[in-house]
Design a protein around this ligand. Structure first.
Ligand SMILES: *[C@@H]1O[C@H](CO)[C@@H](O)[C@H](O)[C@H]1NC(C)=O
Ligand SMILES: *[C@@H]1O[C@H](CO)[C@@H](O)[C@H](O)[C@H]1NC(C)=O
Ligand SMILES: *[C@@H]1O[C@H](CO)[C@@H](O)[C@H](O)[C@H]1NC(C)=O
Length: 205
């Protein structure tokens, strides 16, 4: 091998080796970032688990909130925010199914009345949850924090009351069981989500 080609060989070797090192360090960084990320997610999920432990329905709480761990991190305000958002979304879904029940043919007058009342209370719940989310968004650093905290408590409690008003009205009414069952099921689920929201609200300072 001539000196020139040896130098060339060395150059190529050093160059390739550097690229290899670079690639290795990049992938090591990716791996370590992924590991840190995973470690964080475990921490975030543990935070949610502990918070949910203080609620009346811890299983539903954890099931609905843990998929949002990356957004919640360990922030109780964000946790409450997502809990409200989960509840609002479930309420919107229940509302559309109750409104479509109302369009069913052959409903008796009392059925129409009862289902109509449920549609109304569900919509009231939606309104209160939306109001709560709006207030919550500007709560931290607000000059009226104490007042707004009290409003939040009032609105979320009211949402829970509306939900129970709907199913309580069924008692002793001539509404077919299938309709009662459908509405009970979705409304009771909402009531559980909402009740958990109230419990998670207690974690805010
Ligand atoms: C949740 O509560 C249970 C029983 O009350 C307890 O055994 C468990 O350690 C708690 N988990 C967390 C993460 O706080
Ligand atoms: C609720 O629904 C909205 C609109 O579809 C969506 O953007 C949001 O992510 C949902 N919230 C949760 C917590 O799933
Ligand atoms: C629906 O809920 C109400 C009140 O919680 C209860 O009285 C009623 O028995 C339930 N109906 C059905 C069909 O589950």
């Amino acid at each position: 091998m001539s000196t020139a080609s040896f130098t060339m060989f060395r150059l190529v070797f050093v160059c390739c080796f550097s690229i290899l090192l670079l690639l290795m360090s990049t992938s090591m960084q990716t791996i370590s970032a992924a590991t840190t990320d995973k470690g964080c997610i475990i921490t975030y999920k543990k935070f949610i688990k502990t918070a949910c432990n203080s609620t009346t329905y811890p299983k539903i709480c954890y099931k609905t909130l843990s998929p949002n761990a990356p957004a919640i991190r360990t922030d109780p305000y964000k946790l409450f925010n997502i809990a409200l958002s989960v509840t609002l979304n479930a309420t919107s879904k229940a509302s559309s199914s109750i409104h479509s029940l109302l369009k069913m043919k052959g409903l008796s007058t009392s059925e129409k009345e009862n289902i109509g009342d449920c549609a109304e209370t569900t919509d009231d719940t939606i309104y209160d949850l939306q109001k709560s989310l709006k207030t919550l968004a500007n709560l931290q650093g607000s000059d009226h924090k104490a007042e707004e905290m009290s409003d939040l408590n009032t609105w979320v409690s009211a949402a829970l009351t509306y939900e129970y008003t709907c199913t309580d009205e069924f008692e002793g009414q001539k509404v077919r069981e299938a309709v009662k069952n459908t509405i009970n099921k979705s409304v009771l689920y909402l009531a559980k989500l909402t009740s958990n929201c109230l419990d998670l609200f207690q974690l805010l300072d």
